[in-house]
Design a protein around this ligand. Structure first.
Ligand code: SF4
Length: 175
């Protein structure tokens, strides 16, 4: 199932990051990528990369790079790590996040609410960095993907796709 998530407002993310000097962005190249492409109407994945999820995730990488530039312009030091499926990680994937988070004051999660919860749970007892959600999950989707005009990227065929929205009003992540 693909979870449908939207990027939170710039104000909200900046407020949560606050005065953190070193920011790690954890990016999920999974359904966060299709969600952004659905919302923005732009390129989804680089077709030449085939089924390589990490390197094909053009839509989510574009958002990550925008945030990298935005935070860098604010004088922050930004690093990133990409983990496929933070919602279900092996030990080596958990370790890649904990190692990347060393020295970070804030860990921003560019993925669904499940990705945020997983990273928050992973770091809360071993790292003093605050975890910051960058997306909010609103439902799940059934998407039809097509090639763009240039044939280089997939795009979401919105006319033949659908997002099914949850009715949950609020979900609080435990401490
Ligand atoms: S962490 Fe969330 S966005 Fe990433 S693959 Fe899992 S369900 Fe999809």
């Amino acid at each position: 199932m693909g979870l449908y998530s939207e990027v939170l407002s710039e104000d909200r993310i900046l407020k949560d990051i606050g005065d953190a000097r070193n920011v790690l962005i954890v990016t999920c190249p999974g359904c966060a990528c299709e969600s952004i492409a659905y919302r923005n109407g732009g390129p989804c994945r680089t077709l030449a990369k085939g089924k390589d999820m990490d390197s094909s995730a053009a839509a989510v990488e574009a958002v990550r790079d925008e945030w990298d530039a935005r935070l860098t312009a604010l004088g922050k030091t930004v690093s990133h790590v990409t983990v496929s499926f933070p919602c279900e990680m092996f030990e080596n994937e958990r370790r890649s996040i904990t190692e990347a988070a060393e020295g970070a004051d804030a860990v921003a999660v560019l993925g669904c609410s499940s990705a945020f919860l997983a990273v928050h749970r992973l770091l809360k007892d071993i790292n003093h960095a605050k975890t910051v959600p960058m997306m909010k999950t609103l439902g799940f989707f059934a998407l039809n993907l097509i090639e763009d005009e240039s044939g280089t990227h997939s795009v979401v065929d919105r006319e033949h796709s659908e997002v099914f929205y949850f009715k949950v009003k609020k979900c609080v992540v435990g401490k």
